[in-house]
Design a protein around this ligand. Structure first.
Ligand SMILES: Cc1cc2nc3c(=O)[nH]c(=O)nc-3n(C[C@H](O)[C@H](O)[C@H](O)COP(=O)(O)OP(=O)(O)OC[C@H]3O[C@@H](n4cnc5c(N)ncnc54)[C@H](O)[C@@H]3O)c2cc1C
Length: 454
């Protein structure tokens, strides 16, 4: 008899798990509390969905048990992901950095392919449905649900001049209906709590805790950094190719190169995202007393002049007569974004029309030093809402190789709810596909033996 598999969460990992379980002959119900599945998939890769990465995965993931992360990822690789999507009719292309995107460059193509396949395999999708409780029993369990009943109503615009003008039908909640589903296997694929607008509001952690799991404090990752300094309003909007080195308490923790974005509160862009989880955790550990960091000790040193070596700079000093007539802003405006040239004047409290010829050699060199080693003190990160993923989650030691809980048999986990986060570049979705695939397949043949039926 086919197993009844219930999946909570219709994101990347939940949809993958649903398809895999249904392919194994299970009777699958996917429960999603938003009005549609896959909202976050639509947000990925700036709407283009960087769905995996063909480069070596080593060193691209963080978590308390990185050995285990790579062992799990080997079971369904980036090649397997591309083959899977090709099989369900989605052609993909690889970019120079190994990032893989749908050929349409539209995230909606990825979501459509998954939803069409899930429906074709017989997966029942319940949207607008909240999970009230999970009651595990010896051979499965029950999920208590509450579905919002909606009705189509045509809306009228109330604005002056538009009175009674119809603006198309809108779904309006008219009540709720309680329901329960029995399961042989349950998969919890609720994501973390990054970008809650997409539905991942942290409720999965609460469910997991109730089922006996511990949670490594979830923190925002792949997120912007807030910095100290009154000058950020001057440079807000600048995008600059730069090299960034992160120091925590004087120790170099990471180095990244790429397009830095300056905002009115601090720094953003891919190189910042890549090490933001280190900053998040260092600051959190300091706040809860797990680590002592001296004040002002999370620092990013920015090199805005990566293309100039010390020899190039020495050469410029020797030939400085040739541009002695230029203002500081005009001269540095030829090397960096004009707003950064203005920043040099702001920092040294020089008038914007200060002439280069009036600077001493020391002042001249100091400008270069400033732009090559620009120190910013980090005061925090933006919130979960601005983050692309969460670090932390359920420790992998509490999960068997089949993704089944070691605390609660017949319950499986997949995706970001687990303690694993990748850097930007398609790595987080790869984790969702891999863990979703394993959880789905094993949930369908579940024997309630978490150490695996392999
Ligand atoms: C702006 C943005 C851009 C990104 N770009 C990329 C990218 O290009 N490449 C990449 O690899 N990664 C990217 N990521 C990260 C990636 O999207 C996530 O790591 C991945 O989607 C996680 O998949 P998941 O299935 O674990 O969780 P989610 O995709 O978050 O899905 C969880 C689902 O569960 C539902 N849910 C939650 N709680 C409940 C509940 N109690 N009851 C019912 N349903 C529930 C949610 O509504 C949601 O639909 C991006 C993230 C963001 C926010």
């Amino acid at each position: 008899m086919s197993k009844k598999v219930v999946i909570i969460g219709g994101g990347a990992s939940g949809l993958m798990a649903a398809i895999m379980a249904a392919c194994q002959g299970a009777c699958v119900t996917l429960v999603e509390h938003k009005d549609r599945v896959g909202k976050k998939i639509l947000m990925t890769g700036n709407g283009r969905c960087n769905l995996t990465n063909m480069s070596d995965l080593r060193g691209k993931y963080y978590g308390n048990d990185s050995k285990r992360i790579y062992e799990i990822l080997e079971k369904f690789t980036a090649e397997d992901t591309r083959a899977f999507f090709r099989h369900i009719g989605l052609y993909t292309k690889e970019k120079r950095d190994g990032g893989v995107y749908p050929v349409s460059e539209q995230a909606v193509s990825v979501l459509d392919a998954l939803v069409t396949e899930a429906k074709y395999c017989g997966v029942q999708i319940l949207t607008d449905t909240e999970v009230l409780d999970v009651i595990p029993e010896s051979n499965g369990g029950t999920v208590l649900l509450e579905t919002t009943i909606k009705e189509k109503v045509s809306e009228t615009k109330g604005k002056k001049g538009n009175a009674n003008k119809k603006s198309g039908p809108k779904m309006v909640a008219i009540g709720t209906k309680k329901n329960k589903l029995n399961y042989d296997s349950l998969i919890i694929a609720t994501g973390g709590q990054a970008a809650a607008v997409s539905g991942s509001d942290g409720s999965g952690y609460r469910l997991a805790k109730k089922l006996g799991h511990s949670i490594i404090k979830p923190l925002p990752a792949l997120v912007q950094l807030k910095c100290e300094g009154d000058y950020f309003r001057i440079v807000a909007g600048v995008r600059a190719q730069a090299s960034l080195t992160l120091f925590v308490d004087g120790k170099e923790e990471a180095k990244e190169e790429g397009e830095l974005q300056l905002t009115d509160y601090g720094i953003s862009g891919i190189p910042v995202f890549q090490f933001s989880r280190i900053v998040s955790r260092a600051i959190y550990e300091q706040q809860v007393g797990l680590r002592t960091i001296k004040t002002d000790s999370v620092v990013v040193v920015i090199d805005y002049l990566t293309y100039l070596s010390q020899t190039d700079i020495d050469e410029l000093v020797k030939t400085r007569e040739s541009f002695a007539h230029k203002t500081v802003e005009e001269f540095f405006g030829g090397l960096v974004n004009k707003k950064l040239a203005m920043l040099v004047c702001h920092i040294y409290k020089w008038n914007v029309d200060t002439i280069m010829g009036n600077l001493s050699d020391e002042e001249f060199m100091a400008c270069f030093k400033l732009l090559k080693n620009f120190k910013v003190v980090v005061s925090g990160t933006n919130s979960y809402d601005s983050a692309q993923v969460c670090s932390g989650g359920i420790p992998l030691e509490e999960i068997g190789d089949t993704m089944e809980s070691r605390k609660c048999p017949h319950i499986f986990f997949a995706g970001e709810i687990l303690d694993c986060d990748g850097i930007c570049g398609g790595y987080n979705l790869q984790w969702a596909w891999t863990t979703g695939k394993i959880a789905g397949e094993y949930a369908a043949i579940n024997k309630g033996n978490y150490e695996g039926t392999e």
